[in-house]
Write a protein that binds this ligand. Structure first.
Ligand SMILES: Cc1cc2nc3c(=O)[nH]c(=O)nc-3n(C[C@H](O)[C@H](O)[C@H](O)COP(=O)(O)OP(=O)(O)OC[C@H]3O[C@@H](n4cnc5c(N)ncnc54)[C@H](O)[C@@H]3O)c2cc1C
Length: 479
């Protein structure tokens, strides 16, 4: 058992997996001009574990040996806080983009470890020891794990078995002595092109009629019949000059439409197969951990929005203007409310099934909703303060050409700053809030880890109304 190096991780991705990008098969994801950027971005996780500056945060040692902290099962609020700090630090290394290759997989493993014993107790199945063995396999081999929960879903108003095409949610199409065969497709699966393993979870609560859709399992990425259709979005940024796109030339997360074309899964890798009454609890247990990951990895992003506003205000000579101060205060409050709620969600975390500590769902969902609901306002404030040069400025070649560069250096000077430095700052802010990467972050804010409505539902469900009602009844003299 050993912590992998970044090179060993990249080498492990050359395993014959089936990946398509813009209609063409990709035989080696590490060498691909776009997916290779995502793979090297993900390698941050392995580099940090070997970096003395980060090692204490990234690595734990206990009776199981030395392993990545992502694989530490949280037992206390402090474990949750440390996990949040690790995710925040890794995202900072990723220049505001989450790494995710161990975050999401371990969220799913926490959900599975919590729920599988209850399934066994109710149905006489043997899932808990399988999940435990799989968890140890991933931990001991320091694996990168993607999670496919969101089904393609077809008509959102219809249940899986009521769809015109029965494959709109991943389902079991055959069972035999050795395992199950599954068919269907999952949408938006992050980091799958550059993970070692894929965990599949149900996306929603299911009834008896949908029992074949109540399925959870794990497979290696080179499993026959597993097709990874890579997203084409923001595929120009990663091939550009870092001078022009300082974030997205070197950092990328890749999503896939993940097709299961009659994929065989052996029983030892099956964690739910027809027990429909546990599809909802399993989906929810994963989400309870995963939204905490989400709010943790948003922190460097919102800090970068605050820093961008402050720096651009300074360089534009408008720091003291009343409207700018107001916008900066809004941004600071936005970021620090998120940080406060994130830490409080960890501090209020409680041991749940199997003694696994889960963050408080009320504060997690309040934090995620707060972040997502106000993200576009925060971006607007940064765009406002930075000015229109976000979309009218030079490209990398303009800054190299002697015919154009002197003009840019002269005419982009600002308050106490030369044109070259102001352009560097503007270029970073452009990549953050006015590029394909910026648009990606906006959609990620709204949809990833659940839509706004999903978070609102959880806030309503998690809040204990009794104390507030009792207070008002008492003050109103009703009791
Ligand atoms: C960049 C990115 C990365 C992601 N990574 C992953 C990942 O790694 N793994 C994974 O499993 N998922 C991932 N997701 C999926 C994410 O969780 C979903 O996008 C989210 O759950 C919304 O689902 P959807 O995109 O299908 O949108 P939809 O569910 O179609 O939502 C669109 C709108 O329809 C509404 N809606 C949907 N159904 C109903 C209904 N029945 N009644 C009323 N309104 C409804 C929603 O509230 C929303 O307003 C990722 C998403 C993004 C954008």
């Amino acid at each position: 058992m050993a912590l992998k190096t970044a090179d060993e991780y990249l080498e492990s991705l050359r395993d014959g997996r089936t990946v398509y990008f813009r209609g063409r098969q990709v035989h080696d994801v590490t060498q691909h001009p776009v997916i290779g950027v995502a793979a090297r971005h993900a390698a941050i996780d392995y580099r940090m574990a070997h970096d003395p500056a980060h090692r204490e945060l990234c690595v734990v040692e206990d009776e199981a040996g030395e392993y990545s902290r992502y694989y530490q099962i949280p037992r206390t609020p402090d474990d949750l806080l440390q996990r949040s700090r690790l995710i925040e630090a890794a995202t900072t290394e990723g220049a505001t983009l989450v790494v995710l290759i161990k975050e999401i997989g371990t969220d799913a493993l926490c959900g599975l470890l919590r729920v599988s014993s209850a399934v066994d107790a109710q149905h006489g199945t043997e899932y808990a020891p399988r999940v435990q063995a799989y968890y140890e396999h991933c931990r001991d081999n320091d694996l990168a794990v993607a999670v496919a929960q969101t089904d393609v879903k077809g008509d959102r108003a219809l249940k899986p078995s009521a769809q015109v095409d029965p494959d709109m949610y991943v389902r079991i199409v055959d069972r035999n002595r050795d395992g199950i065969v599954v068919r269907g497709a999952k949408a938006h699966t992050s980091v799958s092109t550059n993970a070692n393993e894929l965990i599949v979870l149900p996306t929603r609560a299911l009834g008896e009629a949908d029992r074949d859709y109540a399925v959870s399992f794990a497979i290696p990425m080179n499993t026959p019949g597993l097709l990874l259709l890579a997203s084409a979005f923001d595929s120009h940024g990663p091939q550009s000059s870092p001078v022009e796109l300082p974030i997205s030339a070197e950092h990328k997360m890749m999503e896939t439409t993940t097709v299961f074309d009659n994929v065989f899964v052996p029983w030892e890798r099956v964690f739910l197969a027809g027990e429909h009454d546990f599809a909802g609890p399993l989906a929810l247990a994963f989400v309870e951990h995963h939204r905490f990951t989400a709010i943790s990895y948003k922190l460097p992003l919102v800090d970068a929005l605050v820093g961008s506003a402050l720096l651009m205000a300074e360089m534009n000579g408008i720091s003291k203007a009343g409207h700018v101060r107001e916008k900066v205060v809004q941004l600071i409050s936005y970021a620090e409310t998120l940080r406060g709620l994130t830490h409080y969600a960890a501090l209020m975390g409680k041991p749940r099934e199997a003694g696994i500590a889960a963050p408080d769902p009320l504060y997690v969902n309040m934090a995620k909703y707060h972040f997502a609901h106000h993200y576009h306002d925060a971006v607007r404030n940064v765009q406002d303060i930075a000015g229109g040069a976000l979309v009218t400025g030079p490209g990398a070649e303009d800054l190299e050409s002697e015919a154009t560069a002197p003009f840019y250096r002269k005419y982009y000077a600002g308050h106490g700053v030369g044109g070259e430095d102001r352009l560097k700052a503007l270029t970073f802010v452009k990549n953050l809030v006015a590029s394909e990467y910026g648009a990606y972050q906006e959609v990620l804010a709204v949809h990833a880890e659940g839509s706004l409505e999903a978070e609102k539902q959880m806030v309503a469900r998690s809040y204990d109304r009794r104390a507030a009602v009792a207070l008002v009844r008492r003050l109103a003299g009703l009791d």
